[in-house]
Design a protein around this ligand. Structure first.
Ligand SMILES: O=C(O)CCC(=O)C(=O)O
Ligand SMILES: [Fe+2]
Length: 339
């Protein structure tokens, strides 16, 4: 008999686990998602086998790898980006560009970044957003040898090509974030590709990270098939245009995630009968999420209580020799490039 003074261990199956609290997710407009429509992205550690990573990517449409890139390499880009933007008055006085804290006495709309909505009116601000894409530390980051080697290994490519047009997007607290979309809308020419989303800095789910609609590759494919059908009589150039008559003005499916969630559940249901959830994460510097061209995703509205500006980039990769969407190879992002 066990000594009376010792507590009897509770069998594992009787332990009560408090479910991790779910984040409150909303996009630019509309309500917060119902908590039954919210979940966490599945984390994959960087030492997981490639085989397992590929299995997860195929099954889920995304692969969220913790700590794939050294933290300081990512923070160096964050620092340089905000040093570059400092003359616009975006940073809270007395704080460091590496921290990237918004000056909350400023109007968030004036400090919009790329992709959330219209660009700021101020020409100088636009010019700095544009030239940020050619900062040497950023261009060097895009060539990061270990990161690029990982992509080749993961995809089984001898050589990889990164699209020249990348999008460095910052979202200030209470400003506008990227709407919900799947990437193929904007990259309709050429074959399928791999997207990597890299947050430059720590960013909680409620601080403007990406959210992905669970198991949504099939929905994205069905939507794209519908858009393609309705574009049958368009010119070839119009057909691949992410802003053609069939699409919204800015190509996004919606800037209201709660409304989009309801529409998708009504129109596309789910074979398993289970509601698809929007999956988010508390990202830390060095994390990367890979996703396929049809996964539906968008950025959460940044409501970071610590005032941190969310900064991330979207990168697209093809195998060398692949059929590339050449429109995205012409130049870096420019405000008037029409893409
Ligand atoms: O950074 C964002 O807000 C959007 C990123 C994105 O849509 C992507 O990486 O495909
Ligand atoms: Fe995207």
């Amino acid at each position: 008999m066990a000594a009376a003074t010792q507590a009897t261990p509770v069998p594992a199956h009787e332990l009560v686990y408090e479910p991790q609290q779910l984040p409150k997710l909303r996009s630019n407009y509309g309500a917060y998602l119902d908590q039954s429509s919210v979940g966490w992205l599945k984390e994959t550690s960087a030492d997981t086998s490639l085989e397992e990573m590929r299995t997860r990517f195929d099954a889920d449409g995304y692969l969220f790898i913790k700590g794939l890139i050294p933290r300081e390499d990512v923070l160096d880009v964050r620092q340089r980006y905000f040093e570059h933007l400092q003359p616009t008055g975006i940073l809270k006085p007395g704080t460091s560009p590496r921290d990237g804290i918004f000056d909350d006495t400023q109007d968030p709309i004036v400090h919009n970044g790329v992709g959330g909505s219209d660009l700021p009116d101020n020409v100088e601000r636009q010019r700095l957003l544009e030239s940020a894409h050619t900062l040497p530390v950023y261009l060097a980051f895009l060539e990061h040898p270990d990161f690029r080697a990982f992509i080749r290994k993961f995809m089984g490519w001898d050589r990889d090509v990164i699209l020249k047009r990348t999008l460095l997007r910052h979202n200030v607290p209470n400003g506008l974030s990227t709407g919900c979309h799947y990437d193929r809308i904007f990259l309709r020419a050429g074959q399928e590709f791999l997207t990597a989303w890299v947050p430059f800095g720590d960013c909680t789910a409620e601080g403007g990270g990406l959210m992905y609609l669970e198991n949504s590759s099939d929905v994205g494919k069905a939507m794209e098939a519908d858009f393609t059908k309705r574009a049958e009589n368009f010119t070839p150039e119009e057909r691949i245009n992410g802003f053609n008559q069939n699409m919204a003005k800015d190509g996004q499916l919606s800037h209201n995630v709660a409304e989009l969630d309801a529409d998708i559940n009504t129109m596309y249901g789910n074979a398993t009968g289970k509601r698809r959830r929007w999956l988010a994460a508390d990202f830390t510097a060095g994390d990367v999420v890979f996703h396929n061209p049809y996964m539906i995703h968008g950025a959460v509205k940044n409501e970071d209580p610590r005032g941190r500006i969310r900064l991330g980039t979207d990168l697209r990769f093809y195998p060398e020799g692949g059929e590339i969407d050449q429109r995205w190879m012409r130049d870096v992002w420019r405000p008037d490039d029409g893409l």
